[in-house]
Design a protein around this ligand. Sequence first.
Ligand SMILES: *Cc1c(COP(=O)(O)O)cnc(C)c1O
Length: 395
Amino acid sequence: MEYIDLKAQFRRIEAKIRERMDKVLAHGQFIMGPEVRELEERLAALTGASHCVTCGSGSMALDLIVMAWGLGPGDAVFTTPLTFIATAESIARAGATPIFVDTGPDYNLDASHLERAVRAVRAADPSIYPLPLAARQNRLRPRAIVAVDLFGHPADYDTILELARKEELLVLEDAAQSLGGSYKGRSVGNCGCHATAVSFFPAKPLGCYGDGGAVLTNDAELGALIDSLRYHGRASAKDKNDNVRLGVNGRLDTLQAAVVLAKLEVFADELQARAVVASRYHTLLATVPGLTPAPLPRTGDATPWAQYTVLLPEGTDRARVMDALRSADIPTAINYPKALHTQGAFAYLGYAAGDFPVVQSLTPRVLSLPMHPYLDEATQTVVVSALHDALVERA
Ligand SMILES: *Cc1c(COP(=O)(O)O)cnc(C)c1O
């Protein structure tokens, strides 16, 4: 059994992929070829964002936004500790300080904590909200919020954006897992945030065959700046040897753009299939005692279901459950085994493991099940009955 069945997808779209890639091989413009621009136009149309700049990865998309905003030493950037390392890594690599905020039971940042976290930073007072060492020793300047749409579900943008307006903070939407979703009728990438980062890592809902990513924004100036930064700070597309600022090599390969263009042809259909798979899991899992199915998106919101992550009953030996599933040929994953404030890379921040009680209670219990558009009902039944047996044996 596959955790994410890219082979089934390839069987379906092989002809489209080969045709797109052959075209690139024939024209030979491997860097910034016409497919790159075509993809940017298609993604802008898909999301409603006025500007799209593709780049080398989702991590690079985050880095480029952080770079463009000039976040750095002395700046406080609020984010969730329950995410992939890249979210906070880009903040910290720029010299800014990640300020973690606990999540809710839906795995996303609990926006009702943000106001206290901002107040704690302004006062350098950890009695208001847990703070990293640097924010206890100095009054850092609150600059931005990086919200993550974890597992594909949009974060609570009304609350986040209202606080951001009040506190004059920039908002970055880490949509590495949520492209194709929507918040209150607005597509991810165009939910009102200042900029959105997406990823085409192969396992994401819209993936390429390597690394890839993009920035979406309605801010023309920011779009132009990021377009320059991803290409060594060039002045314009006309003269790559006139470099007006320090940038990076952050471009998306033409071949990868071609792959995403081919996959876009079936993306809407795959999103529908993902929703069917998720709702089948929801029904089937109701029969498993003590297990909490993946949270549903808010009414009116849409998610691409990048992961289907359940909560095991408290006290379950998760490793044993995973072993039992593995011996039945059922792959599972843990997203994420270690919250970021407990990662060695962030030890210097000086957080305590118990600073974020909700995240602390979730991480030992999360388990992600096979999730992709080509998962059929019979296979899902096998997954759920194996999970049922593994949990009931325990009792
Ligand atoms: C995958 C992911 C990233 C990084 O994307 P890459 O394309 O792998 O660099 C960033 N944030 C989140 C939440 C992710 O899931």
